[in-house]
Design a protein. Structure first.
Length: 465
């Protein structure tokens, strides 16, 4: 994406996110990244009431609920759980004054938890603007999180899930689980986005504003687009579904622009210790992941591990970390040790490139359908990269490589079709014996030793939400 496009994009994001969220203070908790024993709980319901904090976890009582997340936040204490009755609510903001402690987060969760709020792997056409998953708890606007020590889970949002720029460099310590949203933007420290979903968007649709609307020039998700106020540090995207982002209709230029809007499913502008793992990318407009440092300092320690990089709709990068062309402006975007490992790249994920001049690289255990011709990995980094135990359908690159044709379940080009067939002998046991990079596969099943190449371990069931 051009720098001028990126600047327009930042302005667009500010407008979209600002208009999507209704600013109401909120507070929410749980200890660490999990669900601690609750000290007490509160309820939110559309009708509201006295906003009574229950001394021990209890069921909803009419006229004792909180009318807004803000009211619940004001009444909550560290370690409490805020439950939200099924229903439709306006967009919400968890303000900077909302939070628990590092030991006892506030948990904000739907009445029925994840029940009825499971991600949907639905295919869309370029002429259809999808509705996101209708969870029992649904926000008509966005969910903005500025607070700290929070767990938020199990809802859908008609706007974005936003960790926005702020006037302070906040140590967030926030985990967002099973959030279905139009997109997300993450800045800050110690943020985990887990088992969520973004996608189903045609940016040129009249309902999205056509060529001048807020989603033109928009990616589904951003990391590190705030370079003025935040250290973008330790952000993890785990088990996300990115799907169906269209910026062009069949046989036509994108939104009337011969070059197209150039939208990506995930755009990373800068950051330190960013991990994308166990996630699926399908039908992304231009790229699955594009990362270069147009907005900030070079990346440090990026990790892409155990992902399905599926069909790229109009062609582009499956997973980029800077430029693979030495001497270019983005060939020196990388610091630290960067890992691209145990991913499955389909034939649609072309040009999987990495920094050619800086950083060090470990490229291990990947299954690359399309062969060595679709990657720019041999010159990665400031010194020789470690390219080991990868499987290619054609060509040979690195040590202990294997060239063969894998067998998949279903159709390889279909979402979730990159699981290996039980009869596959190509990727089976092709990973590195004793590797410490992966422990579980994309379905959370324990890996063998040696593991299979790619994201999927043979003989396990898909049990992810």
């Amino acid at each position: 994406m051009k720098l001028s496009d990126r600047r327009r994009l930042v302005a667009v994001v500010a407008v979209v996110l600002g208009s999507a969220a209704v600013v109401v203070g909120v507070r929410v908790v749980a200890g660490g990244g999990g669900s601690p024993a609750a000290r007490a709980n509160l309820w939110v319901d559309a009708g509201g009431g006295s906003c009574t904090r229950q001394a021990a976890p209890g069921s909803w009582v009419d006229r004792e609920g909180c009318s807004s997340f803000a009211a619940a936040c004001s009444a909550a204490a560290a370690g409490d759980v805020v439950r939200v009755k099924n229903g439709t609510y306006p967009g919400q903001t968890l303000g900077t004054d909302c939070g628990g402690t590092a030991e006892h987060r506030i948990t904000f969760d739907a009445e029925q938890g994840a029940s009825g709020c499971r991600r949907q792997m639905t295919f869309f056409t370029t002429t259809t603007t999808s509705r996101f998953t209708d969870c029992p708890v649904a926000l008509t606007g966005g969910l903005t999180i500025q607070g700290h020590d929070l767990n938020v889970a199990d809802l859908s949002s008609g706007g974005a899930l936003d960790f926005p720029q702020s006037t302070s460099d906040l140590e967030a310590r926030v985990t967002a689980t099973n959030i279905h949203s139009r997109g997300f933007s993450a800045n800050g420290t110690d943020i985990v986005l887990r088992n969520g979903e973004v996608g189903g968007l045609w940016v040129c649709s009249p309902s999205n504003g056509g060529t001048s609307g807020p989603w033109t020039q928009e990616d589904l998700a951003h990391i590190g687009f705030d370079i003025e106020h935040h250290s973008v540090l330790r952000i993890t995207v785990d088990g996300y579904l990115f799907h169906d982002l269209y910026d062009i209709s069949a046989g036509k230029s994108g939104c009337g622009n011969p070059e197209g809007p150039h939208t990506d499913c995930l755009q990373i502008a800068q950051g330190d210790s960013i991990t994308v793992k166990n996630s699926q990318f399908w039908n992304c407009a231009t790229s699955d992941i594009q990362s270069n440092d147009d907005f900030g300092p070079p990346y440090t320690t990026l990790r892409y591990v155990g992902n399905f990089f599926g069909k790229v709709y109009t062609g582009g990068n499956g997973a980029e970390i800077g430029s693979g062309t030495p001497g270019t402006s983005q060939a020196d975007d990388c610091n630290g040790t960067n890992v691209v490992a145990y991913n499955t790249f389909s034939t649609g994920g072309a040009g999987n490139q990495v920094c050619a001049d800086t950083g060090t690289f470990v490229i291990e255990g990947n299954l690359v359908v399309g062969g060595t011709s679709v990657v720019l990995w041999s010159d990665a980094g400031s010194g020789p990269p470690v390219i080991d135990h990868n499987v290619w359908t054609s060509g040979s690159l690195g040590t202990n490589s294997r060239t063969c044709s894998p067998r998949f379940t279903g159709v390889n080009s279909a979402l979730d079709g990159l699981h290996l067939s039980a009869s596959d002998t190509c990727a089976r046991d092709a990973g590195k014996p004793g590797t410490t990079i992966v422990v579980r596969d994309i379905d959370r099943a324990t890996r063998g030793s040696p593991p299979e190449a790619g994201a999927d371990e043979i003989g396990t069931s898909a049990d992810r939400r």
